[in-house]
Ligand binder design. Sequence first.
Ligand code: IFM
Length: 461
Amino acid sequence: MTSLWSPGDPGTLSDGRTRAAFPDHFLWGTATAAYQIEGSWDVDGKGPSIWDTFTHTPGKVLDGSTGDIACDHYVRYADDVALMADLGVNSYRFSVSWPRVVPTGEGAVEPRGLDFYDRLTDALLGHGIAPVVTLYHWDLPQPLEDRGGWLVRDTAYRFAEYSDHVARRLGDRVRTWITINEAVVISTFGYAFGTHAPGRVLLFDSFPATHHVLLAHGVATQAVRAAVPGAQVGITHNLSPVLPLTGSSEDAAAASALDAIQNRTYLDPCLLGAYPSIEETRIPVDLSCIHDGDLETIAAPLDVLGVNYYNPTTVKAPGEGNPFPFEIVPMTDYEQTDMGWPVVPSGLRDLLVSLKDRYAEQLPPVMVTENGVAFPDELVDGAVDDPRRVEYLRSHMAAVGEAMDAGADVRGFFVWSFLDNFEWAEGFRPRFGLVYTDYATQQRIPKTSFQWFRSFLRGDA
Ligand code: IFM
């Protein structure tokens, strides 16, 4: 497939919209995470994280790779920021590595770690790019995991202390703060199924990890607000609309259960102050880790809700002997990404509209903090033509516009990701970037999708 769009064409969305159709204050950015891009895993006093341990354990990552070097962004950040400026984004979402700032997870701060984020923040502001800081994107300090990790309550309070350190250092320049990225992934892949660090396989007994991550969000929100007057604080959830395979009541019940398990278990406590009931999730969990007052802490009103969208999920009723109340059905009728995910732009519109309908006045303004796609990009004669990513972005951004037309209060959109990077248990194979990373040379090669996004951001029409 050659590009439908080529340099010189208007930078429009799939429905013809241009940037001018969105409000002036709308944040247009890209997103990354510390472990996925920084490298320099053991320099300047940084402590080990659970992802350092996990990737250094043979057999955990598909291609055997690690984030030891990744995109070498810790060293090359200034050039990366200059490339972002060339792209024309007005915002950039990055995460701070907890073990870089507090190497053992509690106690002494490593000033060189904070200095890095200070330099990065200044470099962004120097180019007129507003930083959006995520405080936790999965790299828990290993010493805290050794004491139980997210299964123990104390980790939430250590997170609040670390958040306070970061907020005090960057709060004079950073307005928007995301406490936690994708609690569902942390607890499900990290503690229920063990495919992510720290690799615990606790199935239904992983609920304390869910609760303590959400509690960490609550107490860190208090810490950031205390340190930074006027801070805009939120949490980012990875949300997947759940569709029943057929109109049968059994499939509808399966869809409703999975929606409660993977979406509402994370949204409801933050927005409504209550978990969905066990009758709704149909998962037998021990709720004794919830203490009096926790849900009030977790449900302090948010300034913004971050939404990461990749695809919807189709389910049917479970077969005999399935311990789960649903069975996932592959959506093979749709274009498939390199992650095996279906491409369904309308799912993003439906999701944003359904949040508004479901949570009404409890819903704060929303930002799409991640949306993007991995396709098998190739470097040919020094260039990377990725027409499928161009179309993916054009259609998903149009879906955001449609949701806004329908009344959704969306304030920003961040492409995942700025550059190809370490995709967790999948290693370096999936390429999500607008910029191709040549890992052998660390050369950055902007793809056609970068050119398209730049044209859209400039308002070329
Ligand atoms: O790479 C991840 C990111 O770290 C969290 N959200 C989903 C992305 C793609 O899998």
